[in-house]
Design a protein around this ligand. Sequence first.
Ligand code: SF4
Length: 387
Amino acid sequence: MATEPAADLLSLDDPFTVPTAYWHALPDGRIQCDVCPRACRLREGQRGLCFVRGRIDDQIVLASYGRSSGFCVDPVEKKPLNHFLPGSSVLSFGTAGCNLGCRFCQNWDISKSREIDTLTSAASPDALAEAAVRLGCRSVAFTYNDPVIFMEYAMDVADACRDRGIKAIAVSAGYINPEPRVEFYQHMDAANIDLKAFTDVFYEKITFSRLPVVLETLEYLRGTDVWFEITTLLIPGHNDSDEEIAQECDWLVSHLGPDVPLHFSAFHPDFKMRDVPRTPPATLSRARRIALDHGLRYVYTGNVHDPDGQTTVCPSCSAPVVVRDWYVIGSYELTDTGHCVHCGAPVPGRYDGPVGGWGSRRLPVRLQDPTPAGAGAHDRRPLAPAS
Ligand code: SF4
């Protein structure tokens, strides 16, 4: 695993830098980070591929605890989650860096940032949870970049939110090792997992990661209480063939069951894939038809205007119970507990009261937090490296 010399100095005196637990020392003097299958092996002062974790004082630290690239209130449907507190607003934020190398990254200015100063906003877990309450959000979402790499911060935020009745959502590629996976998802209420394609070749050549790890995460989540939905970004000519979509849907139905919601979303040319055209709406509709034909019950199109492709249909009486168009809910015919008002059948998901009315608004917010981000967080010292 190639690693980079530090672009700027890591230091535990930095209030945004905290010790971590998942690492072990190697016989050759390097220390291996065990959070994700990248297995970065670091010498003193080096950062891992995700950039926010690195080695200092003979341990692996997280250098972005309490720092964010910005905060925004979004509709939960934008995560996308269509079966989790529908219509509610979510306080979204991310940090910097990523543990994948997707050539098509749609958030590359954040995920590929090598400038820790990109993280202009600071917030302790308590301040963030308080802000979510103040803003009327039902949940917070770790998004824009993968929360796996800043799991210590994400878990503490989730705990502070839970104390106040606010849910926590992870938007992730699911590229995480088994042991941290268990700890991480104990703190989460919901997740959207990117299933970026269904071939090893795509994963290895275009994302620099491995498909089986992501499938393991999905199978793991199936056995937990975490509500999860799946997103596949369809990229013309790369992962949008009938055969590949059919294989993905076969796997989802046989391993996760027909009730897991699947979102097909549209790619736009970005980062290192600017030579590939946008995804035509017809491709999303074709993929959705294949998925429905394979037995998946809740299949949605995303990043397009397509009320048909974004409507939830009752699994029993086939009534259109939630009609959406690009995050906006037009009609809603579920009870407060998520049952069809026509026939009483349950629609899978997490429901808690009437539908929210946030609509499609996107509201950037600035959090004023005078607390040094590391202070008041769970005391992670002394260190306890995972064996
Ligand atoms: S979390 Fe970061 S440092 Fe750790 S193995 Fe993954 S990429 Fe490397």
